[in-house]
Design a binder for this molecule. Structure first.
Ligand code: ADP
Length: 252
């Protein structure tokens, strides 16, 4: 479960998020959607405790972030859009590091499984410094999954992935929610979250324009087509941002 109440974040005088409120039910796959600069990364980084809110209240995975930030960090996994890895560690060593840092037991089978599902098995002994952006993304996601967190915060996780990897990633995200995790996926591309999510938070210029079940958004704002593009257009008054990022998609 993720609850955000009257969240404000300023960088100096600039207001990046201006009083956002939403509540994502436990076990949902929620999309945090908005154009570049809308405040998605700021919101996610605050939810996982990296940034401090200027004002407002957040509850993540059953804990109040202001009261028990350590508990939130233990129960939450965050994957940034360009994950920092240890260049001198191999893929396998990253998983070993996570297992040891979080004192995981019986993790080896799961690790093998994630490497195989995310087509990383043949990169097990490759140094992170030699991996493509898409592969680094998948290593960070495998590390997050290995921890079996209650809440997963994935910032633009499809960036740099090729279509088969995007399909697998979507499958694994759904599985995370089936085991009870709450997943928040940010994206500036509607097409990538349209068939994945059951909950929508639409943000623009730091303001939440809609939060609720995706079906409700389609019904209320989707017009005859019920498409997410139509929802976005009706709520923001502008067409979706052009797909600048995925033109150069590469997974190798
Ligand atoms: P999104 O993830 O939706 O693209 P961000 O949360 O990254 O949006 O950014 C929201 C706004 O805050 C943008 O205008 C961005 O330029 C600004 N911003 C983000 N980080 C900082 C920072 N560290 N200092 C100043 N402004 C920032």
């Amino acid at each position: 479960m993720i609850e955000v109440e009257a969240f404000v974040k300023r960088y100096g005088d600039f207001v990046a998020v201006a009083g956002a409120s939403f509540a994502i039910p436990a076990g949902s796959v929620a999309a945090l959607v908005g154009p570049n600069g809308a405040g998605k990364t700021t919101t996610i980084r605050t939810l996982c405790g990296i940034l401090r809110p200027t004002a407002g209240r957040m509850r993540v995975a059953g804990a109040d972030l202001a009261v028990d930030p350590i508990l939130v960090k233990q129960r939450t996994a965050y994957v940034p859009d360009d994950p920092p890895l240890f260049d001198t560690l191999t893929v396998q060593e990253h998983l070993q590091f996570i297992a040891s840092a979080y004192r995981l037991t019986d993790w080896q089978h799961d690790a093998e499984d994630w490497l195989s599902r995310l087509t990383l098995s043949d990169k097990k002994n490759t140094l992170a410094s030699e991996l493509s952006r898409g592969m680094r993304q998948k290593v960070a996601i495998a590390c997050a999954y290995l921890r079996r967190p209650d809440v997963l915060l994935l910032d633009e996780p499809m960036t740099g992935l090729d279509p088969p990897s995007i399909r697998t990633l979507k499958e694994t995200i759904r599985e995370q929610s089936q085991r009870g995790a709450t997943v928040l996926v940010s994206s500036h591309l509607l097409s990538l979250v349209d068939d994945l999510c059951d909950f929508l938070v639409l943000i623009r210029q730091g303001k939440v324009l809609f939060s609720g079940p995706l079906g409700e958004a389609r019904e209320r704002f989707g017009g005859a087509s019920g498409s997410l593009e139509e929802v976005f257009f009706r709520l923001t008054g502008q067409p979706e941002e052009p797909d600048d990022q995925n033109l150069a998609v590469s997974d190798d």
